[in-house]
Design a protein around this ligand. Sequence first.
Ligand code: GUN
Length: 282
Amino acid sequence: MSQILDGRQISKALKQSIADEIRDWTVKPGLAVVRVGNDPASELYVNSKEKACAEVGFYSRKIVLPEDSTQSTLLAVIDELNQDAKIHGILVQLPVPQQIDEQTVLNAIDSRKDVDGFHPMNSGALLNHRRGMPEGILSPCTPRGCLKLIEHTGIPIKGKHAVIIGRSNLVGKPVALLLLYADATVTICHRETKNLKEVCLQADILVAAAGKAHMVTADMVKPGAIVLDVGVSKVDGKTVGDVDFDNVKNVASWITPMPGGTGPMTIACLLENTLIAMKNQN
Ligand code: GUN
């Protein structure tokens, strides 16, 4: 039976340390979150980010644009936020509607305010890093949250085989880099991977980030593995992850629940990035 990696609980300590650090500051770290359109999941995520800002005492702005907004409207909003001295971090919730080019938008955010770590300056800095946690670099929040969860287990990452399912720029690729910098041996699987089950069975650390409901079944998990679930899907109106939690929990040593696992850690790391961004700007 696994121990549960309770992201809600574990993220509390990080949020508390951020709140303590800024308590007496006259200028608070400021985060702007921009959402375009009416995607219900994005609405939920953006509201959680705003709520977390209030919890730790950050200044925040939420900007919601209609679904049919043009790219130039969004770029004008980003330009204004780039100039706003009260804003140290800018996040445009993804995905954006199809008439807007995602990379053009990410490139337009001042790289010093890019708290998602998706700007080429920051993703390039992460790629060029060599070993250890890349302190001071704005790196993607979900991967950083994953590393913090693994650290929480107390099991050393060095020399372990980490298998990642999914190769996205948001999660798969950056989490692979962070695990590599922590001295894991890393395998990235994707939809064309042959023998996925056999590869997963070799994993000491398994990160599921494919966005395919319950695709990781108990027969794919090595006894004693650490299993992190990053996938989010809706099945019959219910939020489910990539991991068949009820069965995998009998095999893994540690496992994240869904919801309440990697999600809260992402938000805590976003706050941490906003603080780093402010420090870098001053
Ligand atoms: N959509 C899903 N995850 C993320 C994230 O980490 N950042 C942004 N901006 N959008 C997302």
